[in-house]
Ligand binder design. Structure first.
Ligand code: PRP
Ligand code: URA
Length: 213
């Protein structure tokens, strides 16, 4: 894991993640494999992102003797996918944290203005809960920044952002708008093209997950 230059972002560049992102980038990779790889990478990234979860001691007994074991303490977690593409990361996170609650934020990027348009928001109870927003793509950063703002407006203070592929523009926007939010990405790409797609990127994540065009 490393920080990237002047940007506040942690690139989780484990070899398995790099390998699997390469497979996802290939244009010939179909939806079934794309979804499977996204779930696998989400689990690998989720392992790192949950590294600071608090532990507590618990008295247990092995077949040999009594001991003090460790368990995740009662911290409440919320996973919030940004629809649609963020849905592809939910199961990976739930595989790791089965008791997490799942909220949904519906945003789409207007193709002309590239600004996010909200169409849905449903969150679990937010009191004392830490939230992880998941979305495969951080391009201009408009959608992620808006999603974070929506959570903050509900009184949520502890927010992490987890994306598969990011462009520097998006990282810088979220850093500027929400300096308190830690960003985790699997790859930090070069730039955006004129349509706001990440270069080299992997294309339209939602379309590739769901087989739409
Ligand atoms: C994609 C992606 C992000 C957003 C990133 O969603 O899943 O939410 O674009 O772009 P930005 O950083 O420039 O805001 P999209 O708007 O294509 O909607 P979809 O997931 O429903 O296809
Ligand atoms: N949304 C995507 O799905 N892909 C990009 O490259 C940018 C935004």
């Amino acid at each position: 894991m490393k920080n990237a230059g002047d940007m506040q972002v942690q690139v989780i560049d484990h070899p398995l993640i790099q390998h699997k992102i390469t497979l996802m980038r290939k244009k010939e990779t179909g939806s079934m494999d794309f979804r499977q790889l996204l779930e696998e990478i989400t689990m690998l990234m989720g392992y790192e992102i949950t590294r600071d979860l608090p532990l507590e001691e618990v008295d247990i007994e092995t077949p040999i003797c009594k001991m003090k074991g460790k368990q995740i303490s009662g911290k409440k977690l919320g996973i919030v996918p940004v629809l649609r593409a963020g849905l592809g990361m939910v199961q990976g996170m739930l595989n790791l944290i089965p008791l997490a609650k799942v909220g949904h934020i519906g945003l789409y990027r207007d193709p002309k203005t590239l600004k996010p348009v909200e169409y849905y928001c449903k969150l679990p109870d937010v009191a004392d809960r830490d939230f992880i927003i998941v979305d495969p793509m951080l391009a201009t950063g408009g959608s992620a920044s808006e999603a974070i703002t929506l959570l903050k407006e509900k009184g949520i203070q502890s927010i992490k952002l987890m994306c598969l592929v990011a462009a520097p523009t998006g990282v810088k926007k979220v850093n500027k708008d929400h300096p308190d939010v830690r960003i985790y990405v699997g790859a930090l790409d070069d730039s955006l093209n004129e349509e706001g797609y990440i270069v080299p990127g992997l294309g339209d994540a939602g379309d590739r997950i769901f087989g739409t065009k």
